[in-house]
Design a protein. Sequence first.
Length: 205
Amino acid sequence: MTTIASHRRESVQPRPGTPSMTTPTIHRWSTLPSLPRAHYEVDVSWDSVELHLERWSKTFDVSIDPDFQRCHVWTEDQQRAYVEYTLTGGEVGKHITWNCPEWSDNRGGSSMTLVDGKQRLEAVRRFMRGDLKCHGMKYREGERLDMFKAGMKWRVCVLKTRAELLRLYLNINAGGTPHTPEELDRVRAMLDQRRDCAVAPNVAT
């Protein structure tokens, strides 16, 4: 059984006068700052998700529920909608983003943190466990799934500081409507408190 780190959510209030995150004003496209690129990518079929998590847990401190993430906010209908969409060939939303500060060194004990894709990953895991019916069936009630459709692409970034990690989370999520202002402000406040600090050992998403 894979052991994963989980963190209790606490209310974090932004400091008065904290500016909101805005896009930079530029005069040349070439001066735009670049988002971090993944150092590693791997295709993961749904039936091998637990195996991948188990393998990573033997080397890394895996956290799929870090303190800056939302709780499991998708309803069962939303989970079902994502799984059914993907099973019919949907391609959007297949990328799952992780961060491992010491990935290149393959150093044991380094954090492996889930940055983006928590809701989708949980939907898939529930379906594969048989806890979620899709198209009227549980996973093992039908014939073998086409794992070309039932798959994800896991991307691993190598951000060294917690501040970089929180910025990436905000850059991914600040433009979408599912997150409430309070949820994003909570992470902004965390970024403010830890700006440019090194990533702690247990900070993987």
